[in-house]
Write a protein that binds this ligand. Structure first.
Ligand code: ADP
Ligand code: DP6
Length: 332
């Protein structure tokens, strides 16, 4: 029997954003960040250790991937192979229940699921905190997808890889939900990785971004302790906008927005003005995410449906952390 590991990981949306690395090789961020794990979007991944293979093979949604994508996977698997002291090549099959590379955090669920599956296949049995430091080295945002609810990714110290990990902050069972307004689920032209590097190198606003993100995070953790939804929402919206403002200051300027992103932001503002607390955030893509109370979700959805098609308005509950899947739970 060949060793096999299967794992599900959910995507997460940052409420305090990560936008820049201080160490690109180790994926060490410029600032700590905080996210909400989402139930509706996830990745399922299986890894088989196969000593008859001479190189890794990677299928995404049943499509065999080329050299560039496979190399990213190989580099990531090498972290685990080194830790387990093995050289065995792997067959990786991954299924995204989230649009790929559309600013809906596919890389977060992807590398978290791959980390969980490889942990299982190798029998390394790493604890979740250590696993988050491995997931980080596939994609920064994947650090946080190891856990459910509200999760903090500590920036860590200097160039010390083990010091930059995620921890669960709160299970977010106090009436929190999110609605994704899918403006465009096509693949983005500029990856987060390239976009953030360009921002650090050229935006004159970058140092202020790091300062403000750091103080926003402290305030947000206080709001979470108090279960103060309004402050949580206000900080989320403000922090996301400041990240996009910092990108606009880059040369050449970076904008992931489309006309319908602005339409969605305006729609949310109008709903808020009717007395329903709801707040927007956006990532490296044109899609808009609405942080709201789960108990208000139906009402908000109905209002958004006046302006957007039903398939564009996707409500989601808070998601859970990674889950190892058994053979019978693997439905592919
Ligand atoms: P997103 O907003 O979707 O996270 P990114 O540009 O940050 O966009 O990351 C998308 C990249 O993540 C893809 O181009 C691919 O390299 C990688 N990726 C996405 N899904 C998977 C998967 N299931 N397994 C491995 N890598 C994946
Ligand atoms: C805007 O984690 O996709 O979603 O670490 O280079 O893989 P890499 O980037 P990635 O960037 C996420 C950026 C963001 C904000 C966030 O998730 O914190």
């Amino acid at each position: 029997m060949k060793p096999i590991g299967r794992c599900r990981a959910h995507t997460n949306i940052a409420l305090i954003k990560y936008w820049g690395k201080r160490n690109e090789e180790l994926f060490l961020p410029m600032n700590s960040s905080l996210s909400l794990t989402l139930d509706a979007f996830y990745t399922d991944t299986s890894v088989t250790l196969d000593d008859t293979l001479s190189s890794d093979i990677f299928y995404l949604d049943d499509v065999l991937q080329g050299d560039k994508e496979t190399l990213k996977i190989t580099n990531f698997l090498n972290l685990f192979r080194t830790a387990a002291n093995i050289e065995t090549k792997c067959l990786v099959k991954s299924y995204n229940h989230v649009p790929t590379a559309a600013g809906l955090a596919s890389s977060a669920s992807a590398f978290s699921a791959l980390a969980g599956a490889m942990n299982e296949a190798t029998g390394l049995n790493l604890d979740l905190k250590t696993l988050s430091t491995f997931a980080r080295q596939g994609s920064g945002s994947a650090t946080r997808s190891i856990y459910g609810g509200l999760v903090e990714w500590h920036m860590g110290e200097d160039d010390i890889s083990e010091s930059s990990y995620a921890i669960p902050v709160d299970d977010a069972t106090w009436d929190i939900g999110m609605i994704v307004i899918a403006v465009n689920t096509g693949q983005k032209k500029l990856s987060s990785r390239v976009g953030m590097k360009q921002t650090i190198e050229t935006s004159p606003f970058y140092s202020s971004w790091v300062e403000t993100a750091t103080s926003d995070l402290t305030k947000m953790k206080d709001a979470i302790k108090e279960k103060d939804f309004i402050t949580l929402g206000e900080l989320t919206e403000s922090n996301g906008m400041k990240m996009h403002a910092t990108m606009l200051g880059a040369f050449p300027p970076i904008s992931y927005w489309e006309p319908d992103s602005v339409k969605a932001i305006q729609a949310v503002k109008e709903i808020r003005e009717t007395g329903i607390p709801c707040y927007v955030t956006m990532d490296a893509g044109p899609n808009v995410k609405v942080l709201c109370r789960q108990s208000d979700m139906k009402q908000i959805e109905e209002k958004l449906l006046n302006q957007f098609k039903p398939e564009q308005v996707i409500p989601t509950k808070v998601g859970s952390g990674i889950k190892v899947l058994s053979d019978s739970q693997w439905n592919y």
